[in-house]
Every structure is written in structure tokens, then in C-alpha cells.
Design a protein around this ligand. Structure first.
Ligand code: NAP
Length: 350
């Protein structure tokens, strides 16, 4: 039985622990909290052991915490860092490296520059094997993960791809971030990191060009992608067929917007109202000359959770990809969720 600690109990950390609790191969040591607020009690009520920084123990005297983060790391085999962007690097330097513990970092960190947390940016579909037995690996962010789920199967299927142009329409805030106001504007992102991040696993020569804007919604990201071929592009159905058996990619025909997908996930009682996948909006696919136009929505908080679970298996269990995918499937039930989504948003028959 391997022991895992999750440092951070926000949007990503709380989701991670809810699935890790269901994994019979894992003992969840607990979660790290940094602010003494009602979320501490929330975590304890969920049956979790809460650990806090040694230096802040006094501030948590009103709560029944289980000890210091430092002591939790001492009894863990791997830590999943789910701290706000940039803090993962500090935690690596101050805690994880000195304690020689394996660590997974999230997409708000960096794999280049002075504050790089790793030389590997993980995308299970692209470089799973590179993470086997590694000590420090960064999971790609939600947008970066979503692009890999589309681009890697396309690259496997076609050898005449010329160029990918992507416009990322990013959500402003997460569902639970009710205190974060949505500003009535369309914000432009100068020099988005997402294209460079994707090239860390696709290769620096990938002909990928990314633009990004942020819009006032909590309901997922939407990616608009043009895929250029060196001759006439395939038919839309040929593109959709590639993803028929692809884990974590659903083909939807009748969703009018991203909220329809989220609302359906809520109705079906999916954990945290997440689908944990991307959704190709098949009614928007068009083949024009040498170009395929597609749109897909990306469940911002949910998509990286099964990815973390796969990465954990590579680093800790050194398990082959197919076996890891099967184990993740047994916990996340991705096939069942995909089927339900595809049935609900099936092509309407007149
Ligand atoms: N939200 C998304 O949709 C999304 C998607 C993909 C990737 N990510 C990435 O995942 C990471 C976490 O994002 P999030 O949205 O979950 O953030 P979040 O909701 O703000 O949660 C961050 C958590 O980290 C804790 N924390 C604060 N300082 C810390 C430290 N020094 N060490 C460890 N934990 C600390 C906070 O604890 P207290 O509340 O107790 O202070 C809080 O529980 C970021 O790198 C982000 O870019 C986010």
C-alpha cells in the first residue's frame, strides 16, 4: 500500500482526495491546509486528516488538526502539490527536495526558467512512459491537457498534418469560486504559456500556434482549432471516428453551450459536477479545403484529476500505460460517463 499526501485543499486538491479515497491501492495520509478557515472543518467532516505548516500550528488551535505538513511528508511515499501557481516551486525547494520525496506539481508551475519544478511536463496520451519512476513531474494545466487529447490522436492517425491554429477561450473562474466576481470584459492574454507547454511534450518543432482570451464564465474553456493538411482535409466523420474509443473525449452533437454539459453532469450526479473530459462539439466540425475546423469544451477543474491519477501510477507503481489506464478507469468510470454524455447529446434524428 502506497501512501500519498495532498498539499492544498482548493479546487484541485479537494477533487484529488475524493478520488484517491476510493483507490484501494492508496492510503491517503491527509491534506495540507494553510489558512485557518471553515474549509479545515469541511475537510475533517469528510473524514480527512488535516495537516498544517509547522510554523502556523498555533493559528489552527481552534481546529482538530492531525499534525504538521512536515510530519505528514515524513510518512508519505509521494506528495501531490495542489497549491496556487508558484507555491509548488517554493514547496519543492523548502520541503520536498530536502525530504527526498516524490512530488507531482500542477499546471500553474513552470518547467522552464529559474523556477522550474521539473524537466517533464506530463500528458498521459503523449509521454506517459517518460514519467516512470521519476521524482518530480509537472502535470499540464487544463488547457494544455485538453490540447494533447486532441493533437496526439490526430498525429498518430495522419502523416500529412501541416499546422494547428488554436484559439483558447478561457473561463474566468471556477464554479466554487463564488467570491470571485466575473468582470464584464473579454480579456486578451499576451504571450500565453499554453503553446510552449504543449510543445514540451509534442516537441519544439510542432507547428502549433496558440492565442488566448478570457471571458466572464465559470462554465469550462472552449478551444477553437483549425487543423491544416497538405492536401484536401478529411471529412468531419473521419475526425470524429478517431475519438470513438478515446478515453476522456466525448463526441456531442446537441449541446448549445458549455453550461448544457455542466448542467447535465450535475443532473447525473457526477462527482463535483465534473465530466473529467473534453467534449468535441461535433455539430461545429467543418471540412473546408485543406482545413478541418473543430471546437471542443474542456472541463477546467475535472480534466486534470484522472491525469494526476495516471501520473501517480507511473511515478509510484511504474505501471505500464494500459494497466494504469484500466486502474484509473475503475475509479473514474470514464467510459460510462462518456457514454451517458454521448447518448444525451446524440445527433437528433428527424
Ligand atoms: N482550478 C482549475 O481549474 C485548475 C485546473 C488545472 C490546474 N490548476 C492548477 O492547480 C493548482 C491549484 O489550483 P486551484 O485552482 O486548486 O487553487 P485554489 O483553489 O486556490 O487552492 C489552492 C490551495 O492551496 C493551498 N495553499 C496555499 N498556500 C500553499 C502552500 N504554500 N503550499 C501548499 N498549498 C498551499 C490553499 O490553502 P488555504 O486555502 O488553506 O490557504 C488552497 O487550499 C494551480 O497550479 C493551478 O494553476 C487549476
Amino acid at each position: 500500500m502506497k501512501k500519498i499526501f495532498v498539499n492544498g485543499y482548493g479546487s484541485i486538491g479537494s477533487r484529488l482526495v475524493s478520488f484517491l479515497k476510493d483507490d484501494p491501492e492508496i492510503t491517503l495520509v491527509g491534506v495540507g491546509k494553510h489558512t485557518p478557515d471553515p474549509r479545515v472543518r469541511h475537510a475533517i467532516l469528510q473524514g480527512l486528516d488535516v495537516y498544517v505548516p509547522e510554523s502556523k500550528m498555533n493559528a489552527f488551535s481552534d481546529y482538530d488538526v492531525s499534525g504538521s505538513i512536515e510530519s505528514a511528508l515524513d510518512k508519505s511515499d509521494l506528495v501531490i502539490d495542489a497549491s496556487p501557481g508558484g507555491y509548488g516551486y517554493q514547496n519543492k525547494k523548502n520541503l520536498y527536495e530536502p525530504k527526498n520525496i516524490r512530488a507531482i506539481y500542477q499546471g500553474g508551475e513552470s518547467v522552464t526558467g529559474a523556477e522550474s519544478v521539473s524537466d517533464l511536463l506530463f500528458n498521459s496520451r503523449s509521454n506517459y512512459d517518460d514519467a516512470l519512476a521519476k521524482y518530480h513531474v509537472m502535470q499540464g494545466s487544463c488547457n494544455v491537457t485538453g490540447m494533447g487529447k486532441i493533437l496526439e490522436p490526430l498525429r498518430e492517425r495522419f502523416d500529412n498534418l501541416v499546422r494547428f491554429d488554436v484559439t483558447l477561450i478561457r473561463r474566468w473562474a471556477d464554479i466554487e469560486q463564488t467570491q470571485k466576481e466575473l468582470t464584464d470584459t473579454i480579456e486578451m492574454t499576451q504571450s500565453p504559456h499554453h503553446g510552449d507547454d504543449v510543445k514540451m511534450y509534442l516537441g519544439q518543432d510542432a507547428p502549433l500556434y496558440v492565442r488566448a482570451i478570457k471571458v466572464p464564465t465559470r462554465q469550462m474553456h472552449l478551444h477553437i482549432m483549425d487543423i491544416r493538411f497538405d492536401s484536401t482535409a478529411p471529412r468531419p466523420s473521419e475526425i470524429h471516428d478517431i475519438f470513438a474509443d478515446e478515453s476522456g473525449v466525448a463526441i456531442l452533437w446537441t449541446a448549445k453551450g458549455t453550461k448544457d454539459v455542466r448542467d447535465y453532469a450535475k443532473t447525473m450526479g457526477f462527482n463535483f459536477t465534473d465530466t473529467n473530459m473534453i467534449h468535441i462539439h461535433a455539430n461545429m466540425t467543418a471540412s473546408i479545403g485543406d482545413t478541418i475546423q473543430i471546437m471542443y469544451s474542456d472541463d477546467q477543474t475535472g480534466i486534470v484529476i484522472p491525469e494526476n491519477h495516471l501520473l501517480m501510477q507511473a511515478m509510484l507503481f511504474e505501471r505500464p500505460y494500459a494497466k494504469a489506464l484500466a486502474h484509473t478507469e475503475s475509479i473514474f468510470h470514464m467510459k460510462e460517463k462518456k457514454l451517458k454524455l454521448e447518448e444525451h447529446f446524440a445527433k437528433s434524428v428527424l
